[in-house]
Design a protein around this ligand. Structure first.
Ligand code: HH2
Length: 295
C-alpha cells in the first residue's frame, strides 16, 4: 500500500487525499482582500477539518503571478500562530514555504510536511528537511520566480522538462538523506505554464507517475479553469471539483483545494462508483445513513 511518511503521520494513499489550502496572506490570488488575521486562518483550519480535509496546508507567502514576497519576519508572524493551533487538530499539517527559517520554525512547532513551490532550492532548505528524521516534503516544479514566471513559460516538451526537473530534485533530496517515502511530487499547475501547458501535463500525467512517487496536484480556482469556463476566480467551484476528479482519475494521490467539502463529497462519490464497479455484489463500506428523503 502506498504511504506518505510525514513527521507524525503515515498517510495512507490507497485512497485520494484532500489537502486544504489555508492562506495566511492578505494577497492570495483566490481570496485577495479577505480576512488575513491569524484568528480567521485558524477558523479556516477548523472548518476544513470538519469538512473532511486530510491535510492542512498553511502558507504565508502568496505565489500568485507578480506577487512580492513578504519579509521573513512577516512570513513567520503570519504562519506560526496559525500552525501552533493547527497541529492540535488531529490531521497532518503542512507549511507552504520556501524559506529555510520558516521550515525550521514550523517543524520545531510540530508541523508534519514542508510544501515548497521551489522544491528546496533555496540555500539551506534541503538541509532543514534532511536534518529532520521524518518530515514529509512536496517538491513542486516552478521556473523563475512568481514575479517573473510568466515570461518563463516556454518549453520544447513541457511534460518531459517538468519530469526531468522533478527527477533531479528527487535525486538531490534522496542524496541528502531523505527517504523517498517522505517525498511527493507536484508539476506545479499554473507556475510558469500556459493553459495549454497545464492541459498537456494533465493528459500526460502517467509520465509523471512513472517517476515512482505519489503526485500532488493543485488545480483549485486556477487561471486555466477560468480559460476553460470563462468564469472569474470566485466562480470556479464546479471547475475546480471537476479538475480534482480528473487529476485523481489520472492517478494523483493528493489534491490541494480551497473548497474542501465539495471536493470530499465528489471524491466519495467517485470512489464509490469506481469501487462498486470493481465489486458489483459486495457491501459498500462507503455508504453512510441517508441524509435526505426519497431519491
Ligand atoms: N499552488 C499555489 C500555492 N502553493 N503548492 C503546491 N504544492 N502546488 C500548487 O499547485 C500550489 C502550491 C497557489 O495557490 P494559492 O495558495 O491558492 O494562492 P497563493 O499562492 O496566491 O496564496
Amino acid at each position: 500500500m502506498p504511504h506518505w511518511t510525514t513527521a507524525r503521520f503515515e498517510i495512507d494513499l490507497s485512497r485520494p487525499r484532500v489537502m486544504a489550502i489555508v492562506n495566511a496572506t492578505p494577497d492570495s490570488f483566490s481570496d485577495a482582500g479577505g480576512p488575513a488575521t491569524a484568528a480567521a486562518a485558524v477558523a479556516r483550519c477548523e472548518q476544513a477539518v470538519t469538512e473532511g480535509a486530510d491535510i492542512l496546508d498553511i502558507g504565508g507567502e502568496s505565489t500568485r503571478p507578480g506577487a512580492q514576497p513578504p519579509a521573513l519576519e512577516e512570513e513567520l508572524a503570519r504562519v506560526l500562530p496559525v500552525l501552533r493551533v493547527a497541529v492540535s487538530l488531529g490531521v497532518p499539517v503542512s507549511v507552504d514555504t520556501s524559506r529555510p527559517e520558516v521550515m525550521r520554525a514550523a517543524l520545531d512547532l510540530g508541523a508534519d510536511i514542508v510544501n515548497d513551490v521551489r522544491a528546496l532550492r533555496r540555500p539551506g532548505a534541503l538541509e532543514v528537511v534532511a536534518g529532520h528524521p521524518s518530515a514529509g516534503v512536496c517538491l513542486m516544479h516552478l521556473r523563475g520566480e512568481p514575479d517573473t514566471m510568466a515570461a518563463e513559460a516556454t518549453y520544447g516538451d513541457v511534460v518531459a522538462e517538468v519530469a526531468a526537473f522533478l527527477r533531479q530534485r528527487l535525486e538531490a533530496v534522496v542524496a541528502a538523506g531523505v527517504a523517498p517515502q517522505r517525498v511527493v511530487l507536484d508539476p506545479g499547475i499554473g507556475f510558469a505554464k500556459t493553459a495549454e501547458h497545464n492541459l498537456e501535463i494533465s493528459r500526460r500525467q502517467p509520465e509523471l507517475l512513472a517517476l515512482g512517487r505519489p503526485l500532488l496536484l493543485g488545480w483549485s480556482r486556477k487561471g486555466t479553469l477560468g480559460r476553460l469556463t470563462g468564469r472569474p476566480v470566485g466562480e470556479r467551484l464546479a471547475a475546480s471539483v471537476a479538475a480534482a476528479l480528473a487529476a485523481v482519475e489520472g492517478g494523483a494521490a493528493i489534491v490541494r483545494v480551497h473548497d474542501v467539502a465539495a471536493t470530499v463529497d465528489a471524491l466519495a462519490v467517485w470512489r464509490a462508483l469506481r469501487l462498486s464497479a470493481a465489486r458489483p455484489s459486495g457491501e459498500n463500506p462507503t455508504l453512510a445513513p441517508s441524509a435526505g428523503k426519497g431519491r
